[in-house]
Design a protein around this ligand. Structure first.
Ligand SMILES: [Zn+2]
Length: 230
């Protein structure tokens, strides 16, 4: 397990408010998120999937001190601008071991299937997994392993905000027919790491609008077998 204690000196002193900025990037309208503390301005960029300039300009306009670029998974529509954004911000890139091939170019086929290629690869990345924690400006962001859409899909939980990539969408779920996908694993991931959260916890998915755990328990037709109930 890797422990990111570099930013832990403010642990426990919730200095400021957690700000979340969502911007849509690329041809598939991928949600890229900027998650930051409004006082210290420290924060993370999650899934810069394309349009590096737009992501960098937005981060600059918010005054973001980017302390890391986080990837929910290795599909090209989520990692397409990772290299350029990492270079511009000087931040380290974090991804799961299983999906890290997408950043080194060792994975074939997925890019072609999704109709795009990694246009900018980072110089290096650090591998993260279940239980890793990032601390910034008095906030904690926790890493969960949530396979199903890809083998190495991760979700990031920050104060009742779950950034889940292509695990769950409002009223839908991520594809499981691509390489590394598994419907059984996806349902288990949702059961273990989404449906265990409070009903009012907010889900920030990789595509489409945000939703809540309660709304998806009640009305997501793909998750009915998990018995979320009303
Ligand atoms: Zn994907």
């Amino acid at each position: 397990m890797v422990s990111f204690i570099k930013y832990s000196f403010k642990k426990g002193l919730s200095l400021g408010r957690l700000d979340i900025k969502m911007l849509q990037v690329g041809m598939l309208g991928t949600n890229c998120y900027i998650v930051m503390d409004d006082e210290t301005k420290e924060g993370y960029i999650i899934d810069p999937g394309g349009e590096a300039r737009k992501v960098i300009d937005t981060a600059d306009s918010l005054g973001l001190k980017c302390v890391g670029v986080l990837c929910t998974h290795g599909h090209m529509d989520h990692v397409g601008a990772v290299g350029k954004v990492a270079e511009a911000t000087g931040a380290m890139v974090y991804i799961s071991k299983e999906d890290s091939g997408a950043l080194s170019g060792s994975v074939q086929g997925i890019g072609a299937k999704l109709g795009s290629l990694v246009t900018s690869k980072p110089k290096s990345c650090e591998l993260i997994s279940q239980g890793d924690r990032f601390e910034f400006g008095g906030h904690t962001l926790e890493v969960f392993r949530t396979p199903g859409h890809t083998t190495g899909s991760l979700s990031f939980l920050c104060e009742d905000n779950l950034f889940c990539g292509d695990l769950v969408f409002q009223g839908s779920i991520g594809r499981t027919d691509l390489r590394g996908g598994s419907m059984g694993e996806l349902l288990q991931s949702v059961k273990s790491h989404v449906f265990t959260l409070p009903r009012n916890a907010r889900i920030w998915p990789g595509h489409g609008p945000s939703t809540t755990v309660g709304a998806e328990k009640t009305s997501n037709p793909f998750l009915r077998s998990l018995g979320g109930g009303a």
